[in-house]
Design a protein. Structure first.
Length: 278
């Protein structure tokens, strides 16, 4: 039997929101494996976070922006160890320089962005300079971008969460409002994919397995287990895929229906969401 510490139990509780004893039992059953412990909690019917959170470096700044013609959008996460450093003006200015350069140059990946010049030094060297000044671990944790006929960005107050989203059509009445609303929807509801066909097959397989286990624990007949699991999968799609989610401004509509109310062919082509601690 694995020797489970109080710190490990608390970490799992922070990751999932489950009770202390439930977390301890899950870690014991999974021999200390956090991923297996999370699945164990879900199979026991516990409602846990859909995403796994890494709490080791959860301070910093997240910024999103579009270029002038709105055909390109980018979002970055510059991480550090403490809120004190995250609120330092030099750190904030550096993060803004990163996102502005990303928008101007359109680098294809994090490494390319870090190799670009910031004043007389590269961004990689600039991060090293900041580490030397603050004594904290610091990194460009994420740089993501999308290109589309029209894109939008949303920065949540406090700069701990930001989103970008792209659409397939520009000539739509009220597209500015639509873009803003959907970018906020992504921030609030954290979808895992645009539509059910975009969900990773491994995620689908895991959801079906969890649904079957729950049905069996409820004493359902074996011949009904598959049907019940598929029903739970459909609920997962409704709650976790953008187009099928309830629209937060009007929950009688799905996001898909909201988009169609503006243009029957309007849809989302891509989105990205970054949040400190996730």
């Amino acid at each position: 039997m694995a020797n489970i510490t109080a710190a490990e139990v608390n970490k799992l509780r922070q990751m999932t929101g489950a009770g202390m004893m439930d977390c301890k039992n899950a870690l014991v059953e999974s021999e200390g494996d956090f991923e297996k412990a999370i699945d164990f909690l879900r199979k026991k019917g516990q409602k846990v976070a859909a995403k796994r959170s890494d709490r080791d470096a959860n301070e910093g700044i997240v910024l999103a922006k579009t270029n002038n013609d709105k055909t390109f959008a980018a979002v970055i996460m510059l991480s550090c160890e403490t809120d004190f450093v995250a609120k330092n003006q030099e750190f904030i200015d550096f993060a803004n320089a990163l996102i502005n350069t990303a928008i101007a140059i359109k680098p294809k990946n994090t490494e390319e962005l870090l190799s670009l010049k910031f004043t007389e030094r590269t961004f990689a060297e600039g991060i090293s300079d900041l580490i030397g000044k603050t004594g904290e671990k610091m990194e460009l944790a994420h740089y993501l971008f999308i290109e589309a006929p029209i894109t939008f960005s949303y920065n949540h107050q406090g700069n701990r969460l930001a989103t970008i989203v792209g659409f397939n059509k520009v000539a739509v009445d009220g597209i500015e409002e639509v873009g803003h609303e959907i970018a906020m929807q992504i921030a609030a509801m954290a979808p895992v994919a645009i539509d059910k066909d975009d969900v990773d097959p491994q995620t689908i397989e895991k959801e079906i397995e969890i649904g079957k286990d729950l049905a069996r624990q409820e004493g359902k007949p074996e011949e009904m287990v598959e049907k019940i699991a598929l029903g739970k999968l459909n609920r997962f799609f409704k709650e976790n895929t953008l187009l099928n989610q309830e629209f937060i401004r009007e929950n009688k509509l799905t996001v898909h229906q909201y988009l169609q109310s503006h243009d029957k062919d309007l849809t989302v082509t891509s989105f990205k969401r970054l949040k400190l601690g996730e």
